[in-house]
Design a binder for this molecule. Sequence first.
Ligand code: SF4
Length: 339
Amino acid sequence: MSSVAQTKKFFPRRDWGEVLAQSLRSSDELLAALELQSADFPNGLSLAKQFPLLVPRPFVERMTKGDPHDPLLLQVLPLAAEDQLHRGFTADPLGEQSANVATGVIHKYHGRVLLLAASGCAVNCRYCFRRHFPYNENRLNHAQWQSALDYIAQDTSISEVILSGGDPLMLQDERLADLVDSIANIAHVQRLRVHSRLPVVIAERLTDQLTDILTRTRLRSSLVLHVNHPRELTPLHAERLAKMRQAGVTLLNQTVLLKGVNDNLEVLIELSEQLFNHHLLPYYLHVLDRVQGAQHFDVSSRAAYALYQQMLTRLPGYLVPKLVREEAGQPHKTPLHVF
Ligand code: SF4
């Protein structure tokens, strides 16, 4: 059977919006789908409501039924550990609110600016460093979109616009196309970068229209996916990403190092190899941003660096992502070294 036929067999074609609308929204629903019970989590489930569970069904289909330690499940299930406060874990670990220079615009680094193109996500990742970000104050109306674009237009040092969120691919393709056209009208902007986890959880988001939007513009476009575990990738990703790469989109990946999910040499090696098989180059391996509610995912710098050094001995250089930490107020991401 050809790989395309296999893809059709295991991943029937669906519209990404319809898939998104059928997402699971409660721990009870998710545990029932996986034939688990709350008693399988001896430390309990979270009682907090401000960052609710949200997970699309295709991502649930990649989890192992009956396994409370499943690495995909742990990324989306709110555990009681989230409700505990820990010293050094704060609501705004990267100081983004001070870099929030205009509504919907974060300007941290020279030459690059972040546009918060959409306030929602397709999946609520429990480790998210923006889980406390005031999206409601950064939801752009028409006039504010213009102000955000004016901010970029008046600063000729900006050569790259990064679409972020929330998740920028929550925008419908028409709206995204308008936004890309508006950015391309600013002469000093040369590059467009889209950061997204949506296509990881719903591969159908990698539409032909999205490829058109990213390739017909004069901007050089890259798409950075956020894959954390090799089991997140499917044959449908391989098929759609191959088309995008052939069309000229640069495809990269960044991963967050997460305790209990991927803090394991064999998993990280398999992840790099699977990323390459799915047309993605490993770009960054981030240590966790110390956001309140995510401390149970923290891997020490020493352990992270030891894993990184072992990866160097096992993989070709182009499959070893840069190990970095993001630090508030620094002019770039900080390469991690432990001596
Ligand atoms: S998709 Fe990204 S922004 Fe959204 S919750 Fe997950 S990590 Fe956070």
